[in-house]
Design a protein around this ligand. Sequence first.
Ligand code: ZN
Ligand code: ZN
Length: 353
Amino acid sequence: MTDTAPSSHQTYPCTDCGAQLQFAPGTTALACPYCGAQQQIVPSQRQVVERSYDALAAKPRRDPASVPPNLFVCTGCGAHTESDAWSDVCQFCDAPVVADRFDPDLVDPEGVLPFQVDKRGAREALKKWVSSRWFAPNAFKKVSEAESLKSTYLPHWTWDAETTSNYRGERGEHYYVERDGKRERKTRWHHVRGTVQRHFDDVVVPASAHVSGNYLDRLADDWDTGKAVAFQPQFLSGHFTQRYEVGPEQGLDAAKQKMAAIIRRDVKHHIGGDEQRIHHVETRYANLTYKLLLLPVWLLAYLFGGKTWQVLVSGQTGKVQGERPWSVWKIVFAILAALIVIAGIVYLANMNQ
Ligand SMILES: [Zn+2]
Ligand SMILES: [Zn+2]
């Protein structure tokens, strides 16, 4: 017995030449990479829906890390590919492989935001980003020409909630006193308590552990999740799709942290006055719903100075987030140049006295 889930998978053969079709970014069609034939994806009758978290929490589930990888058998060359992805390409012939059955112990993807930006668009965006980085080493400028741009659907959780937060704190009001002929500002503090409420819609948190969290988080605030369509495996063909690694419970924790920052802002606003102190906030969450979305990202990893750097290009907007190297020499020279200019001004100022 092997611990590999024997996965069957979807195939989308080209009716003209028999090659495997791939989803073409920016369209609603599958396209043949060899003969160019196109095949429209029939829109799903299903709507993207928010799922009840209480119903999910009551169901037995496995930790995503303990779910065995999928075994894909390539229809092109027959090679077996073991992968913990939901879609991949055959490592021997590049034919797309897409899972058609998802592990019953995992949450199914509810929706997908199909790629809008194609490879050329991603490269253009990258080129602009690279050339606008100040103080980057010259060799960094070649990064946008790298061939290793990989179109990847990354799993994300989205959360909705109605929150009610009771708080205790203090409102500070400024007043002024005269001391030694000087006006001095003081703050008078009053104890306050109150309640704020908010409706959260689609708080997006990454469900991927392998992609640099900070940059993914920054992209997470930009996704237009309203454009997501009901999940259909066709959109994955020819692109890599990561299975989620962050379970819904951890995802909810991360979402609550994001909500907490917004609730604190609400509380400060509610306290009013010139300054605010928050001592305690207790939040209740009602109508907690979630969905698992696959969001499109062009991923680039490049080696520089013996280190791997990661850059992400949103497949929806072309926005770039990523790590970049700094040129120590360029920074040192810039500081020296600034110091010389300052010294020159000081010198001239002294001359004129
Ligand atoms: Zn074809
Ligand atoms: Zn193959």
